[in-house]
Design a protein around this ligand. Structure first.
Ligand SMILES: Nc1nc2c(ncn2[C@@H]2O[C@H](COP(=O)(O)OP(=O)(O)OP(=O)(O)O)[C@@H](O)[C@H]2O)c(=O)[nH]1
Ligand SMILES: [Mg+2]
Length: 340
């Protein structure tokens, strides 16, 4: 098959992806991030026909926790198992687009020349749906292009990052000693987001203590900490006889290359856990349904924001409200056309 030309449509690019053309994959992802709504939408539709990767692994954690360094190491280990590996590094604060995150580039440079590895940074919000939608579509592009194991790196802060990380089948949370205390961990609600805990920079003081703190917190945590169970809800979990998943807490160092085999083992174990057929079906449905809801919500909210743009009608309502002629809830009803 000849490579698609410069004027190739998103459908042609998607077809070329499915035939394993990585340049087409790269171009389709750029289109997903396009500020031109029409292009981004067309790319999203074309990407939507491609399959998700067999395994998507989210890696999140505070800035500087060593995520990219760890990924560089993990990519090598997964490659050694013969898998084709993708990495999508999502950084909403990045002013760059198109894989130009300097740090990620340098840290993962050891895989740059490997055609079995695809590394991509995404920072642009694009024209529609936001970063999480573009990242989700990018996962399909990579799945379509034959990358069976795809990592998503993100700093776990705002709404967009939460959506991005929830796209992963398995979530790893990297923590390092010295950034905050166990209380801090609990406050952040981190016990509930991860399937696997990575206490990174094991070469530094305090790592072992942090591992013990997390294990203790998991042990003492009231109620259900399993992400899968929370995602499916108690009723469906009981129906599916969902076994308990106790998140492993692993001491690792991306820099020293220690603990990687344990990570790969934990990822495989979690994959096997999720692959039980009835559970896999329920999770697939749940994931797509959740994504449909947040994408639809986003679309409605964008449409509404455009409709409600400041204008004479809004100003008049605000004046009425300020003068006490109408209450704020009534003014909002009227703004939304819910009042005659
Ligand atoms: N001592 C030690 N330092 C490490 C280790 N892993 C990474 N670092 C260092 O920590 C710093 C941050 O590493 P990154 O891999 O960029 O961390 P990150 O979590 O990807 O950072 P952001 O993407 O900016 O959130 C770098 O200076 C690394 O060299 C480790 O295992 N031990
Ligand atoms: Mg990084």
């Amino acid at each position: 098959m000849t490579a698609p030309g410069a004027s190739a449509t998103p459908e042609e690019l998607a077809k070329a992806c499915a035939a394993g053309d990585r340049r087409a994959a790269s171009r389709l992802i750029s289109l997903l991030e396009s500020p031109v709504a029409r292009d981004a939408q067309a790319a999203s539709r074309a990407a939507g026909t491609l399959p998700l990767p067999k395994q998507t692994i989210g890696l999140t954690g505070p800035p500087g926790a060593g995520k990219s360094t760890l990924l560089d190491y993990l990519v090598g280990l997964e490659r050694a198992l013969g898998k084709r590996v993708g990495v999508v590094a999502v950084d909403p604060s990045s002013p760059f687009t198109g894989g130009a995150l300097l740090g990620d580039r340098i840290r993962m440079s050891s895989h740059r020349s490997d055609s079995g590895v695809f590394i991509r940074s995404m920072g642009s919000r694009g024209a529609q749906g936001g970063l999480a939608s573009a990242a989700s579509d990018a996962l399909r592009v990579l799945g379509g292009a034959g990358f069976e194991c795809v990592f998503i790196e993100t700093v776990g802060a705002g709404q967009a990052e939460t959506e991005v990380i929830s796209l992963a089948d398995t979530i790893c949370l990297a923590q390092v000693a010295g950034l905050g205390d166990d209380i801090q961990l609990m406050k952040m609600g981190i016990l509930e987001i991860a399937d696997v805990f990575l206490v990174n920079k094991a070469d530094r003081p305090g790592a072992r203590e942090l591992k013990e703190q997390i294990e203790l917190a998991l042990h003492e945590s009231p109620g259900e900490t399993s992400r899968t169970r929370r995602m499916l809800g108690p009723q469906l979990s009981t129906q599916l006889k969902l076994p308990v998943w106790t998140p492993p807490v692993l001491l690792v160092s991306g820099l020293d290359h220690t603990g990687g085999d344990e990570i790969v083992q934990a990822l495989t174990r979690h994959r096997t856990y999720l692959d039980e057929p009835a559970l896999a079906t329920a999770l697939r449905r749940n994931r797509i349904a959740r994504e449909m809801v947040w994408r639809a919500t986003r679309r409605l909210s964008d449409e509404l924001a455009a409709q409600l743009a400041p204008g004479a009608a809004l100003a008049a309502l605000a004046d009425d409200c300020a003068a006490g002629r109408i209450s704020l809830p009534d003014a909002i009803d009227r703004l939304l056309g819910k009042h005659p």
